[in-house]
Design a protein around this ligand. Structure first.
Ligand code: G3H
Ligand code: 13P
Ligand code: ZN
Length: 330
C-alpha cells in the first residue's frame, strides 16, 4: 500500500472548495507519457494553477501502474524544481470496477472516478457507495457519474446522450457519499462530438454545435448548492490545429468540439473540474505531422516530440488562463 500523501499529492476536496468559492474550474488533463506530463507541469507552474493528472484504465495499461505512480511523484518534485509547489491530484478517469478503484487507491492515487453511469440507477448507487466506503478510509476522494455522454468512454460507447436527471442527484449523493458528480449536459468524448447534421455551419463552413444544456446544470445546482460538478468531454477541438493536421496528411473529417465560451461559462458555475484529453492529442498530432511533413529526414524522436510538447504546453496555458480561470490559484 502506497499512500498518495507520501508522494506529495493531494486529494480534490480542498481545491474543489476553493474553485467553487472562486468561480473557476480545475483542469483535469489526461496523461500517459513523459512529454505530456512535462507539458502539464510546466504549464501549471507557469500559470500558477492547481492540476488534476488524469489516468484512464487504458492509459494505466499503456504506461504501467508503477511507472505512473513514480511519474506523478516526479511531477510533484519537478514542479518544486520549477519554483512552485502546486497542488497535484492523481486521479483515475472512468474507473469501471471496484477492484480497479481499490488497486489505484493502493498504488498512490489520491482520487478515483467510479463510472457506474452505464448501469441501471440502483446498481450505479451500490457500486459507487462501495468504492466511496473503501476510498474514504484512505482519505481518497471519489467522483461518481449520473447520465451518459454520447461517444466513446474507454470500451463502452453510447449512440445518444442520456442527460442527467436533476431529480436523481440528491438521492445519489445521499446514498453514495461521493465527493463530486460528473453530469451529462451535451458534451461527449473524442474529436467528433456531434454529427454534421446536428450542427449548423457558419459562412466559412465551420460546424457550429448545439449549445450545452445549461438549464439542466442550473436545475442540478439548485438541488445540491455548493456541490462540485464535473464536466467530461470538454475538448473544444481547435479548428486551426485540425487544419494543420489535415494540411500535413491527416484525415480528421468533421471534427467538432465544445465552444470555449460555453466552457468558460460552465467554469464560473458549480463545475469545479473540466476534463480535457482530445485537445491535447490534437495539439501533439498537429506538431508531429508538421515536423514529419516539413523535415522528412528527421528521425530523432526529440525533434518531433519536443515540438509536440511545446504545442501541448501552449494549449494547456491557454485553457487555464482563457477558459478555466484557474491561473494564480495554486
Ligand atoms: O474519457 C476518456 C479519456 O479521453 C481517456 O481516453 O481511454 O483512450 O485513454 P482513453
Ligand atoms: P475529451 O475527449 O473531450 O477531451 O474528454 C476527455 C474526458 O472527458 C476524459 O475523461
Ligand atoms: Zn470522460
Amino acid at each position: 500500500m502506497v499512500s498518495y500523501k507520501d508522494l506529495g499529492l493531494v486529494n480534490s476536496r480542498d481545491i474543489f472548495k476553493k474553485a467553487m468559492e472562486g468561480k473557476y474550474a480545475i483542469p483535469a488533463f489526461n496523461f500517459n507519457n513523459m512529454e505530456q506530463l512535462q507539458a502539464i507541469v510546466q504549464a501549471c507552474v507557469e500559470t500558477k494553477s492547481p492540476v488534476i493528472l488524469q489516468v484512464s484504465s487504458g492509459a494505466r495499461k499503456y504506461a504501467n501502474q508503477t511507472l505512473l505512480r513514480y511519474m506523478a511523484q516526479g511531477a510533484v518534485e519537478y514542479a518544486k524544481e520549477l519554483g512552485l509547489n502546486i497542488p497535484i491530484v492523481l486521479h483515475l478517469d472512468h474507473g469501471d470496477t471496484f477492484e480497479l478503484c481499490k488497486s489505484c487507491v493502493e498504488y498512490g492515487f489520491s482520487s478515483v472516478m467510479i463510472d457506474g453511469s452505464h448501469h441501471p440507477y440502483e446498481e450505479n448507487v451500490a457500486l459507487t457507495a462501495k468504492v466511496v466506503e473503501y476510498a474514504h478510509k484512505y482519505d481518497v476522494t471519489v467522483e461518481g457519474e449520473l447520465g451518459v455522454l454520447a461517444g466513446v468512454e474507454d470500451d463502452v460507447s453510447a449512440e445518444h446522450h442520456t442527460y442527467t436527471q436533476p431529480e436523481e442527484v440528491e438521492d445519489f449523493l445521499k446514498k453514495t457519499g461521493v465527493d463530486s458528480l460528473a453530469i451529462s449536459i451535451g458534451t461527449s468524448h473524442g474529436a467528433n462530438k456531434f454529427k454534421p447534421e446536428q450542427c449548423k455551419r457558419n459562412e466559412q463552413g465551420i460546424l457550429i454545435p448545439p449549445p450545452l444544456r445549461f438549464d439542466i446544470l442550473e436545475a442540478i445546482e439548485k438541488r445540491i448548492p455548493g456541490f462540485p460538478i464535473v464536466l467530461h468531454g470538454a475538448s473544444s477541438v481547435p479548428q486551426d490545429l485540425i487544419a494543420v493536421i489535415n494540411k500535413y496528411g491527416g484525415a480528421m473529417k468533421d471534427a467538432v468540439g465544445i465552444p470555449e465560451e460555453q466552457l468558460r461559462r460552465a467554469a464560473t458555475s458549480a463545475v469545479c473540474k473540466i476534463n480535457i484529453d482530445s485537445d491535447g492529442r490534437i495539439a501533439m498530432t498537429a506538431a508531429v505531422r508538421e515536423v514529419f511533413a516539413t523535415k522528412p529526414s528527421e528521425f530523432d524522436p526529440r525533434k518531433y516530440l519536443g515540438p509536440a510538447r511545446d504545442g501541448l504546453k501552449e494549449l494547456y496555458k491557454h485553457k487555464i488562463v482563457n477558459v478555466l480561470g484557474s491561473n494564480n490559484r495554486a
